[in-house]
Write a protein that binds this ligand. Structure first.
Ligand code: HEC
Ligand code: HEC
Length: 393
C-alpha cells in the first residue's frame, strides 16, 4: 500500500484549540467521502431549460433592474429588494415578511437559489421564474398586475432595450407572456447569486487532496461540530450536498400555527398551488418543449404526510442572519441547535424511521455545532456594477 493510500485511510489532524490546548481529530475514509459530497464550491452555473434566457447577460441586466424597480408593485413603493436585501443576505431580518407575504412566512435568503428545484417554503413553484412571478401579482405582496408590468416593459426605453437584447424582439402585445418574460429575466439575475467560498470549503478541498497542513487550519471547534453534523446529529440526511440541502421537504417540529385556529399546512398546500398554477413546468410557458425538466412535477403526489412539511433550507451563508425557520420561530443559531437537541418526538409526524430525534447535546457540543454552522459563511465579495447602458441599436 502506498504511503498516500495509508494517509487517506485515517487522516489525523493536529489542530490548535485555543485554551483547550491541542486536539487530535481523526477523519476515517468514509467520513472524508461524506465531507467530499458537500462540495465542490462554487458549483457549476445552473441552466434552466424551461427558461430560454437563463444565463444570458442581457437578461441578467434586465432582471437586476427589475429586481430593484418599485414600479413593478401596484402602489409603486415595493420592489423585490424591499424584502430580499443584498446587505442582509438577500433577506430582511424579520421573522415574518412585510404584509402577509406567503402566509406570514419569513423571507428566505436568495443565495444559491438557482441550484434548487422547488421554490418557496412550501414548494408551490417548480421554477425560479414561476416563483419570481408570484409576488408581483399577489395582492398580499407587491399587488401589481399583469397589464401594469407589461405596460412598464413596453413604455420604459431602457427596460425595452434590455428586453430586446435578451429576447430578440421588442416587447409584444401579449400581457401575460410579457409578465412571464419579466419573471424569466428576474430568474436569470437571481441565478447569479452564488454565496462565497468559506473556511469549510478550504477544509473540504484540503482533506480531499490529502493536504493535512492546510486542513489543520480549520478550527477544532468547527471540526468537532462537523463530526456531530454528520454523525450523531444525522443533519446531513436532509442538509446534504454542496448547498447543504437535498432540496426536498421535512418536518423538524417547528409549530405551524399562524394564529389561533389558522395553520400553515406547508408542503400539502404548496402541492395544491403547484398543480393549479398555469405557470408550472407542465404549462404552456415552459421553454423546455422536450418536457424532460418537468419530470419531478409530473410525478408529485399529495400525501397526508406532507402536512406541516417545509423545504429543507440550505445552510450556507447563515452567519448571523436570523431569525431562522419558515416562520422565524428561532432567533439565533444557538436556538436552532438547542431546538434539535431537545425537540419533542411527539410533535414530529414521521412515517418509518424518524430522521430527527432529540439529540440531548451537551453545552460544549452545541457550541461546536454552532461553530461549524458559522464556518459555512464568509464575507461576500462586492457585486460587479450592474450593466446600465443599453445601446440604442
Ligand atoms: C413582502 C416581502 C417580499 C417581496 C416584496 C418579495 N418577496 Fe420573495 N419571498 C418572500 C417570502 C415571505 C417568501 C417565502 C414565500 C413562501 O414560502 O411562499 C419569498 C420567497 C421567494 C423566493 C423563493 C426562495 C426559495 O428559497 O425558495 C424567491 C426566488 C423570491 N421570493 C424572489 C422574489 C422576487 C423576484 C421578488 C420580486 C418580484 C420578490 N421575491 C418579492 C418575501 C418577499
Ligand atoms: C428531516 C430532515 C432534517 C434533519 C435531519 C435536519 N434538518 Fe435542519 N431543517 C430541516 C427543515 C425542513 C428545516 C426548515 C423547517 C421549518 O422552517 O419549519 C430546517 C431548518 C434548519 C435550519 C434553519 C435554516 C434557515 O435558514 O432558517 C438550520 C440552521 C438547520 N436546519 C440545521 C440543522 C442541524 C444542525 C441539524 C442536525 C442537528 C439538522 N438541521 C437536521 C430539515 C432537517
Amino acid at each position: 500500500m502506498s504511503r498516500w493510500r495509508a494517509l487517506l485511510l485515517v487522516v489525523t489532524l493536529l489542530v490548535g484549540a485555543g485554551a483547550e490546548g491541542w486536539a487530535h481529530l481523526q477523519w476515517p475514509e468514509d467520513e472524508v467521502r461524506a465531507i467530499r459530497a458537500h462540495g465542490p464550491w462554487p458549483p457549476p452555473a445552473p441552466v434552466d431549460p424551461s427558461n430560454r434566457v437563463s444565463g444570458d447577460p442581457a437578461a441578467i441586466a434586465l432582471g437586476e433592474r427589475l429586481f430593484n424597480d418599485a414600479r413593478l408593485s401596484g402602489a409603486g413603493t415595493m420592489s423585490c429588494a424591499s424584502c430580499h436585501q443584498a446587505e442582509r443576505n438577500w433577506s430582511d431580518g424579520r421573522a415574518r415578511a412585510r404584509g402577509r407575504a406567503g402566509l406570514d412566512r419569513r423571507t428566505p435568503s436568495l443565495w444559491n437559489v438557482g441550484q434548487g428545484h422547488w421554490f418557496g417554503w412550501d414548494g408551490a413553484a417548480d421554477s425560479l421564474w414561476a416563483q419570481s412571478l408570484r409576488p408581483i401579482i399577489d395582492p398580499l405582496e407587491m399587488a401589481g398586475s399583469t397589464g401594469h408590468v407589461a405596460a412598464l416593459l413596453r413604455g420604459d426605453p431602457t427596460l425595452g432595450c434590455f428586453y430586446r437584447r435578451a429576447f430578440g424582439t421588442a416587447p409584444g402585445s401579449d400581457d401575460e407572456a410579457l409578465l412571464v418574460d419579466a419573471a424569466k429575466a428576474l430568474a436569470a439575475f437571481q441565478e447569479t447569486l452564488v454565496s462565497p467560498r468559506t473556511a469549510f470549503d478550504d477544509f473540504r478541498d484540503a482533506l480531499v487532496a490529502g493536504d493535512l497542513a492546510a486542513a489543520a487550519r480549520y478550527p477544532a471547534a468547527a471540526q468537532r461540530g462537523l463530526k456531530i453534523f454528520m454523525g450523531a446529529g444525522n443533519c446531513n440526511a436532509c442538509h446534504f450536498g454542496p448547498r447543504f440541502t437535498n432540496g426536498e421537504f421535512g418536518d423538524v417540529g417547528i409549530p405551524f400555527f399562524v394564529r389561533p385556529g389558522e395553520v400553515d399546512s406547508g408542503r400539502l398546500g404548496g402541492l395544491a398551488k403547484l398543480m393549479a398554477s398555469p405557470f408550472n413546468r407542465l404549462g404552456p410557458y415552459s421553454d423546455d418543449k422536450s418536457g424532460a425538466s418537468a419530470l419531478r412535477t409530473r410525478h408529485v403526489q399529495r400525501l397526508h404526510a406532507n402536512f406541516g412539511e417545509f423545504r429543507v433550507p440550505g445552510l450556507r451563508q447563515l452567519g448571523d442572519t436570523g431569525p431562522y425557520m419558515h416562520n422565524g420561530h428561532l432567533a439565533t443559531l444557538q436556538d436552532v441547535v438547542r431546538h434539535y437537541s431537545k425537540v419533542s418526538p411527539d410533535r414530529l409526524h414521521s412515517d418509518g424511521v424518524p430522521l430527527v430525534r432529540p439529540l440531548g447535546l451537551s453545552a460544549d457540543d452545541q457550541a461546536d455545532l454552532v461553530a461549524f454552522l458559522r464556518s459555512l459563511a464568509a464575507d461576500p465579495p462586492p457585486r460587479p456594477p450592474p450593466l446600465t447602458e443599453c445601446g440604442a441599436g
